[in-house]
Design a protein around this ligand. Structure first.
Ligand SMILES: Nc1ncnc2c1ncn2[C@@H]1O[C@H](COP(=O)(O)OP(=O)(O)OP(=O)(O)O)[C@@H](O)[C@H]1O
Ligand SMILES: [Mg+2]
Length: 349
């Protein structure tokens, strides 16, 4: 696992989810990015489950389709492991030791908190900076993930023409997108809550202008939206997806589906924030930023804003980018591209 390698070569960001594979290739620079290739390809049920690759052949087929559909040209890939499978810890390490000694000490420290045999995990670390509590130490971020999960991604990329250069964590990719659009120091003195809604689960990340203060996974996803539609209109899952993507949803969609979904979302966001408040000295946030495919629902952020009584916006990864391909169709799926976009950002300088 090469979480923190710093090279700059165009990168195809590949985000695999329960519902679909998303792929983004960026060119240009961080300050002036261009989207040169992108695709969203649905995955069959059971291909990816519990945030891991479950049927390698089905996922490989979808990746192949995504590569062809997008016309991606880069030779290097970045993938993301779900934060639900990552163990992270910030360790204080003596500031005056060399790289090799640091590596050794970290491997020893890791034994204390990783609940698996050490030869079954991938470990990586990054020196974040001087420790606030001890001026002789640096804070070092350690990330560990079960080797079997990472190996499935390595095997997947092996089936393509790409070379796997980065294995990242999905929430780090999201954070990268958010920070690429919101420069340091521009945020208020209250933290921002980024709430990412996948189809099967969600993730809350609370950030100030330099750090992630809190991170939490929740079993709530936009599959609830599909459930509501199926119950309300007596349709199949496929038909429910068609309704979601149609430009003319049923007349009572807002009252019968969107309103109850937003109420569920309000409860989930409020609950997640309560956990954050009770574990920190904060009692307020600046705003909530939503991401995930369901943010394509017109009016979602406004509806939630009214219920939450807090500012709500949607993270649009391509907001500052020059979209060079299929510009007219990207808007509808843009909120679902954030992780893939954040992965591809690793190739820009
Ligand atoms: N146009 C749309 N409007 C609203 N909701 C949508 C739309 N398109 C898809 N969705 C919802 O988003 C879900 C897919 O979300 P997303 O692509 O974020 O999931 P995923 O990344 O594949 O899954 P996960 O990350 O949870 O494993 C669909 O099941 C559907 O409920
Ligand atoms: Mg996802």
């Amino acid at each position: 696992m090469k979480l923190f390698t710093k090279k700059s070569k165009a990168v195809v960001g590949i985000d695999i989810g329960t519902h679909s594979i998303k792929l983004v290739e960026l060119a240009g620079t961080k300050a002036s990015p261009q989207v040169v290739a992108w695709a969203v390809v649905p995955l069959p049920v059971g291909a990816f489950s519990e945030n891991a690759i479950a049927n390698a052949d089905l996922v490989a087929d979808a990746l192949n389709t995504a590569m062809l559909e997008s016309g991606a040209k880069a030779e290097v890939a970045a993938v993301a492991v779900s934060s639900s499978h990552a163990i992270t810890k910030v360790l204080g390490m003596p500031a005056d030791i060399g790289e090799l000694e640091l590596e050794e000490q970290i491997s020893i420290e890791a034994l204390h908190f990783i609940p698996y045999p050490i030869d079954e995990v991938n470990l990586d670390f990054e020196v974040i900076g001087a420790s606030e509590s001890n001026d002789q130490e640096n804070d070092v971020l350690l990330v560990a993930c079960r080797r079997s999960i990472v190996d499935d991604y390595i095997d997947l990329v092996d089936t393509s023409t790409l070379e796997l250069e980065y294995v990242d964590i999905d929430t780090y990719a999201l954070e990268r997108v958010y920070r690429s659009q919101n420069s340091l120091g521009a945020m208020s003195d209250q933290p921002v809550a980024l709430f990412d809604i996948g189809s099967s689960s969600s993730h809350l990340m609370v950030m100030d202008d330099t750090r992630v203060l809190y991170s939490r996974h929740q079993n709530f996803g936009s599959s609830q939206l599909v459930k509501l539609i199926r119950k309300e209109y007596g349709v199949s899952a496929e038909e429910a997806e068609e309704i979601l993507n149609s430009s003319q949803p049923p007349g009572d969609f807002l009252a019968a589906v969107q309103e109850p979904f937003v109420e569920m979302l309000r409860q989930e966001v409020s609950r997640a924030l309560q956990f954050f408040y009770s574990s920190s000295s904060y009692s307020n946030i600046d705003s909530v930023v939503l991401s995930g495919a369901c943010c394509a629902l017109a009016g979602l952020s406004g509806d939630l804003e009214v219920k939450l009584r807090s500012k709500v916006s949607v993270l649009n990864p391509v907001a500052n980018a020059d979209v060079r391909t299929r510009r007219d169709t990207i808007a509808k799926v843009a909120p679902s591209l954030s992780v893939a976009y954040g992965l591809s950002l690793r190739g820009l300088s």
